[in-house]
Design a protein around this ligand. Structure first.
Ligand code: AKG
Length: 269
């Protein structure tokens, strides 16, 4: 249960800016549980969904990337099914039902200089629709120095799908799409949003919002993020070449709803 309603102004921020920051909705117990889940997942044998991005890019530090944890880890399973995350996603998207798309660790250890490249999420995934979002939950204090995600305000309404950039430098994305512009070279043309977060704060961003994240230059502070990706009423299966590596995809017709064992409905109004 949410301890307070999501306000109209928060819903408006998500709809207009493509991102909303929601402070303190996850309590210290939820944060502690997911910190323990992070340790379990980082200590587990890697699967073919696990990536050590810094190592793959021959860079210092550790950038731990792993997906679909809820299928393998009980704490992640419980978070996906029983935490307030699905309802938060549903309320900000204005959806009447919400499916889990996948969950993910994005953990940058202190001294991990590698940046997350500018991108938006949906072209990596076999899905189309307006109801596609990410809830990025901070498990540590997060500042610009330690890798706070930076978003281009309103870029989810550019009306474009942009070519995915490989995080690891090794994945191939074959869909014929325009490249992400050189955002660093044209920073002054955009309004940027970057939030400093405390443990238990989260952001929710739209699946087409363009964003990146700096490395974690802090020497003494981890940047552990537990990220859940959610879809709503209008999300449609869109298989295409070179999607992000996922478990075997369900047998759904292109254009059909995602509802399946891999992408179950978790919340309804
Ligand atoms: O946390 C990061 O480094 C990047 C976040 C991101 O790309 C996402 O949540 O979609």
């Amino acid at each position: 249960m949410l301890t307070r309603p999501i306000t109209d102004s928060e819903i408006r921020s998500y709809q207009e800016d493509g991102i909303v920051c929601l402070r303190g909705l996850f309590d210290p117990k939820a944060v502690e549980t997911m910190r323990n889940a992070a340790e379990e997942c980082m200590a587990a044998d890697p699967t073919d969904l696990t990536m050590e991005i810094a190592r793959m890019q021959e860079q210092e530090g550790r950038f731990f990337f792993d997906t679909f944890l809820w299928l393998r880890n009980q704490k992640c399973h419980d978070f996906v099914h029983h935490s307030i995350a699905a309802e938060i996603a549903g309320r900000v998207m204005g959806a009447s039902k919400v499916n889990i798309f996948f969950d993910q660790w994005l953990i940058k250890e202190p001294g991990t200089q590698i940046e997350t490249p500018w991108h938006h999420d949906m072209p990596y995934w076999p899905v189309l629709g307006d109801h596609v979002c990410t809830l990025w939950l901070a498990l540590d204090p997060v500042t610009a120095e330690s890798g706070a995600v930076e978003y281009i305000k309103g870029s989810h309404r550019w009306g474009q799908r942009l070519k995915p950039q490989s995080f690891s430098g090794q994945t191939k994305f074959d869909e014929d799409l325009p490249q992400v512009p050189d955002i660093e070279a044209e920073r002054d043309r955009h309004e940027m949003i970057q939030h400093t977060l405390e443990p238990g704060d989260c952001t929710v961003h739209h699946g087409l919002l363009v964003h990146h994240a700096p490395g974690n230059s802090a020497t003494d502070r981890r940047r552990r993020a537990y990220v859940t990706r959610w879809t709503g009423d209008d999300a449609k299966f869109h298989p295409h070449d070179g999607v992000q590596h996922m478990p075997p995809l369900p047998d759904i017709r292109a254009g059909g709803p995602l509802d399946s064992d891999l992408w179950p409905v978790i919340w309804r109004v």
